[in-house]
Unconditional design. Structure first.
Length: 395
């Protein structure tokens, strides 16, 4: 079995010195300024003169801004992150025009996450030390994984809401092909159980008791924050504690996703999933009143369906597994996996139902996973999606 080279981003935590943190925060302030000025430039040009401003024009404008006395401080920070933020703005507008995202927003000091991108000669490795432009000392990075530093093409520095610093290195890694298992599986993703396999296994991060403790801590700090005066020092301290509690929940959830998806990819050659429309699910979520609807929407978003699919796809691609996404309109829950009868009267609250055609008793989620597996085989063989039948297969 031959190995395969793929691009991967490695994320590591680092601990900056006070001088490094000051320099990085100053760079971030300049990046926000350049991004907002370029966005305002493009916005004004379009709504006043119906003219489109492109990346080369904003890059030329950046050169002129550096020559102005009021923006001379832009020359004191690394130039590459400033250029990269203009490229990110161009990507944001491209996604907007192609209807993949909303209109780009201005970066806020309080709400926008700190992110600095270095490429080319703006960083270098010396053995295990990572040097960043304008920083005299190397970053104190905790290298938790081995990788070929010669293949790194880009480095991104971020700071999360818990004031933790991370560095992401984009490079190539060699993936060993896994042995063929000859097994396929269907996956139904839902709110009650995050992942349900066609084998009958149900997986959810809520099964971990530590997750409940972490979520309880978030609720506790949210209550404390609500009692503080906005803008005060105690409010800032409580907000930091809440951010750390949120980070613990997110880290635990992401850890569960990675471990679960890795196990699935290791054990199955073909993985069949639904092409879920999370935005549509939250819009049509219903319950008893506004609070029930809001709670259901929150639980849908907390499942991270898109992240689960992303992890399955990139991990499967690296080791020659296949992930098959079936049509989102296929009634996987309403269709009997034994005879094909479609139960049109099935509601969301019914977790179990009995087929009136063949008498088979179904667990709603396991039945859906079996149907997804069966339809996934059809998609794999025919190379096309499968739409639901207009009429029940059995009258």
């Amino acid at each position: 079995m031959s190995n395969k080279k793929v691009k991967r981003a490695f994320r590591f935590r680092f601990y900056p010195t006070p001088a490094q943190e000051k320099e990085l925060l100053q760079t971030w302030g300049c990046v926000r300024l350049v991004y907002n000025k370029a966005l305002n430039m493009r916005h004004t040009a379009w709504y006043k003169n119906q003219e489109r401003v492109t990346y080369p024009q904003t890059s030329a404008a950046l050169t002129q801004w550096k020559k102005q006395d009021e923006f001379s401080f832009l020359k004191e920070v690394a130039a590459v992150p400033l250029q990269q933020c203009l490229r990110h703005l161009q990507t944001a507008f491209t996604n907007f025009f192609e209807k993949r995202a909303g209109y780009p927003r201005f970066k806020s000091y309080k709400r926008s996450k700190l992110g600095l991108t270095y490429s080319g000669s703006a960083f270098k490795f010396k053995d295990d030390d990572l040097y960043i432009a304008k920083l005299k000392e190397p970053l104190n990075v905790v290298w938790s994984q081995d990788f070929d530093r010669n293949t790194i093409s880009r480095v991104t520095i971020v700071r999360d809401n818990a004031n933790r610093w991370f560095v992401s290195c984009l490079g190539e890694v060699t993936i060993e092909k896994r042995r063929v298992t000859g097994k396929t599986v269907g996956i139904d993703m839902g709110v009650k159980d995050t992942i349900v396999l066609s084998t009958g296994e149900k997986l959810s991060p809520r099964d971990n008791r530590d997750m409940e403790k972490k979520q309880a801590k978030v609720i506790k700090y949210q209550r404390r924050l609500s009692k503080k005066k906005p803008g005060s020092k105690n409010f800032a301290k409580a907000k930091t504690k809440l951010g750390k509690a949120h980070a613990e929940v997110v880290d635990a959830h992401n850890d569960w996703i990675h471990k679960t998806t890795t196990r699935i990819v290791e054990n199955y050659d073909v993985i069949c999933i639904e092409d879920l429309n999370v935005h549509g699910m939250t819009r049509t979520a219903h319950g008893r009143g506004r609070k029930a609807k809001a709670g259901l929407n929150r639980r849908i978003r907390e499942q991270s369906f898109a992240e689960i699919r992303r992890c399955l796809e990139y991990k499967a691609e690296g080791c020659d597994r296949k992930v098959i996404a079936i049509d989102r309109f296929f009634p996987s829950s309403k269709t009997c996996s034994s005879c094909g009868y479609i139960n049109e009267s099935l509601t969301l609250n019914q977790r179990f139902w009995t087929c009136v055609s063949c008498g088979e008793h179904h667990d709603r989620d396991i039945n859906a996973a079996k149907n997804i597996q069966a339809v996934g085989h059809t998609v794999l063989a025919c190379g096309d999606s499968v739409r639901p039948a207009k009429k029940p297969l059995v009258s």
